[in-house]
Design a protein around this ligand. Sequence first.
Ligand code: GDP
Length: 305
Amino acid sequence: MLVLSGGTGTPKLLDGLRNILPEEEINVVVNTAEDMWVSGNLVTPDIDTVLYMFAGKLDTTKWWGIKNDTFMTYEALGSLGHDEIMRLGDQDRATNIIRSDLLRAGRSLTEATQELARVLGIRAKVLPMSDDVVRTMLTTPAGKIHFQEFWVREHGKPDVLEVVQEGIEKASIAPAVLQALENEECVLIGPSNPITSIGPILALQGMKELLKKKTVIAVSPIIGKEPVSGPAGKLMAARGLEVSSAGVVDCYKDILDIMILDERDEYGISVLKNTKCKILIADTIMKDVGKSTALARIVMDAFEC
Ligand code: GDP
């Protein structure tokens, strides 16, 4: 199984999937377009959420960072007048330091991630989508800002006029992702932000062509006309897409075989029942690992795996 992931909705589903599939059979291709250098170290929020989830260290109250982490370095930096954009925990920062040291020593992001997965005892393959730099930049009325500046510093408040993935034209699919794709027939697009999490993965040159040959199932992150959480609605609207599961299907057109909609998504169900992609209806709100596992079971049945 190969899963395309961002850092909140899909990791919840992965938490269920690993109760059904042996962990070593799970390949996760992770968005890197929200990565950002902070105080000299590369923070890769989506990769780290997936790593910490598999390692059993994730703070699942926020779906980022390490549970029971401390913030002494962040606070010490602040007291010296060095305010960081993200409230990084001390243990979380240790991950960032190791990754960045490996990068500075000439290793690729894939290799650095493999090394972190190894020391964390993770058997799933956690694969950055690319070893090249791609950054999601948003045009707001006040100018162009990094996604993290919009979401973390500005709390998602500015209007968004345009979403651009800088560097995407020159970025290649990571070789380890290509290799994983060669061996997998079933591709799951988890309930992640279709613009800033899944969008960059699909925008990599050649990715859509490769996925057209696979069985692709997606879980919608939208119910009715609202995302379950996060800024997906605002960003879909900035791309001229309807904020609905139909808008998500638009994002994945040409590659999608089955879309799983939430049972509460009356609007999505009524609009999509006559489209050419098959629709399944389920409870997709993953409040706990029991719900995540039940949804993962539905996905596996749909793949007939
Ligand atoms: P990010 O990297 O933190 O933006 O996280 P993702 O892109 O992976 O996930 C964000 C998306 O997941 C949002 O659009 C939410 O609507 C969706 N989401 C979060 N939790 C759930 C859930 O339990 N069920 C469903 N269906 N969607 C969810």
